[in-house]
Design a protein around this ligand. Structure first.
Ligand SMILES: Nc1ncnc2c1ncn2[C@@H]1O[C@H](COP(=O)(O)OP(=O)(O)O)[C@@H](O)[C@H]1O
Ligand SMILES: [Mg+2]
Length: 342
């Protein structure tokens, strides 16, 4: 995979090309002070909450109009609050309102899918900048976009300059069984995989041919030869009326999850095998179609390892996430008390 392929698969590059076929979105450049805040490893402090004193020092040396740390006169009541970004905040709020009040946030390439457990509603649905900050600051996928976008690229050219962007997409309730990933090599659709391979969806096996046909038509009519690279991976959603929508575009390479294929197969140049028996004898040119069959036991969610233990999740379910923090503080003070007793 070449660095150029990664550059081309940024949201702001593909969105204008396929605007008509995807979810309405707005792109805002991330100001440097917001980038610094997102990359700062310090304690997660989201605006609007007061937290007990942290081990950080007051930030006196900058002339930035943003206030990072508030220190009161009395040392015992010192509070640390999240920095405020009034100008950026109002731009974001305006964009969220223009998109109907609820958005799905992502960056140049990734959404914070590994962090949804931390949100109050366990979802990536955001209504404000502080909802977005909470997800972004908790996500390794977002950190990856900032720090290692060219990981696994095999050309030695210097890293292209990236303008970091906040992408806000109108929130849509997508049913996971309607999502598919399509692999394109040399402008040919070679494979289609169910995107949520952890589940068996009855309608996918029943409508396999219809689905495959509609995705091929969508590719031929709207995508083929219209992108900057001839190798790429695109994600689609097929809604209940059978209409197909483009959801995302990804580089053709190992940074992109190959789902029910392997990268070895996809790059081998051999014709891929589908799931149905007659696959090889029917249409010569149709892509291999793979989905999770009922015989396969349901697999764990791929983002599970990013989460905290289930008990903690349960504890915060239906409550705000600070309940969990309060619980941990209570545990700590109980621990300290029992240590003193010894
Ligand atoms: N606008 C949206 N509203 C609600 N959910 C969305 C939206 N866009 C994407 N999703 C869901 O989030 C998942 C990941 O989105 P995607 O843009 O592909 O991010 P990534 O490239 O980080 O995986 C999709 O598979 C879909 O289920
Ligand atoms: Mg993607």
């Amino acid at each position: 995979m070449k660095k150029e392929q990664v550059v081309n698969s940024q949201f702001s590059v593909w969105y204008p090309l396929f605007k008509k076929h995807t979810i309405k979105s707005l792109i805002l450049p991330l100001p440097q002070n917001v980038i610094d805040y997102l990359l700062d490893d310090g304690t997660l402090v989201v605006s609007g909450r007061e937290e007990p004193p942290q081990n950080s020092q007051p930030n006196n040396n900058d002339s930035d109009e943003e206030e990072d740390v508030q220190w009161s006169d009395d040392e015992t009541t010192t509070t640390v609050t999240a920095p405020e970004f009034p100008e950026f905040n109002s731009k974001v709020q305006e964009a969220i309102n223009a998109l109907g009040g609820s958005v799905f946030p992502k960056m140049n390439w990734s959404a914070p899918r590994d962090a949804n457990w931390i949100a109050m509603n366990s979802s990536l649905q955001c209504q404000s900048l502080s909802d977005i900050f909470l997800l972004f600051k908790s996500s390794d996928f977002i950190t990856h976009d900032f720090t290692q976008p060219f990981l696994r690229c095999n050309d030695d050219s210097p890293d292209p300059l990236i303008t970091y962007e906040l992408v806000l997409r109108k929130w849509c309730e997508l049913i996971p069984g309607g999502e598919f990933r399509c692999f394109v090599k040399e402008n040919k659709l070679i494979g289609i995989s169910q995107r949520d391979y952890t589940q068996h969806y009855d309608h996918v096996s029943k409508q396999e041919e219809d689905i495959s046909r509609s995705l091929q038509d969508f590719f031929k009519d709207n995508i083929q030869y219209k992108f900057l690279d001839e190798d790429f991976v695109f994600d689609v959603y097929r809604d209940s009326q059978g209409r197909v929508w483009l959801i995302d575009l990804n580089p053709f390479g190992e940074v992109t999850d190959s789902l029910l294929f392997t990268w070895e197969e996809l790059t081998s140049g051999h014709r891929l095998r589908g799931d149905h028996v007659e696959g090889d004898t029917t249409e010569q040119d149709s892509p291999a179609f793979r989905y999770t069959t009922s015989e396969v036991t349901v697999q764990p969610s791929p983002c599970l390892s990013y989460r905290i233990p289930r008990d903690f999740v349960d504890l915060s379910t239906g409550e705000d996430v600070y309940k969990l923090i309060d619980f941990l503080k209570l545990k700590k003070s109980q621990q300290e008390e029992s240590d003193e007793e010894v």
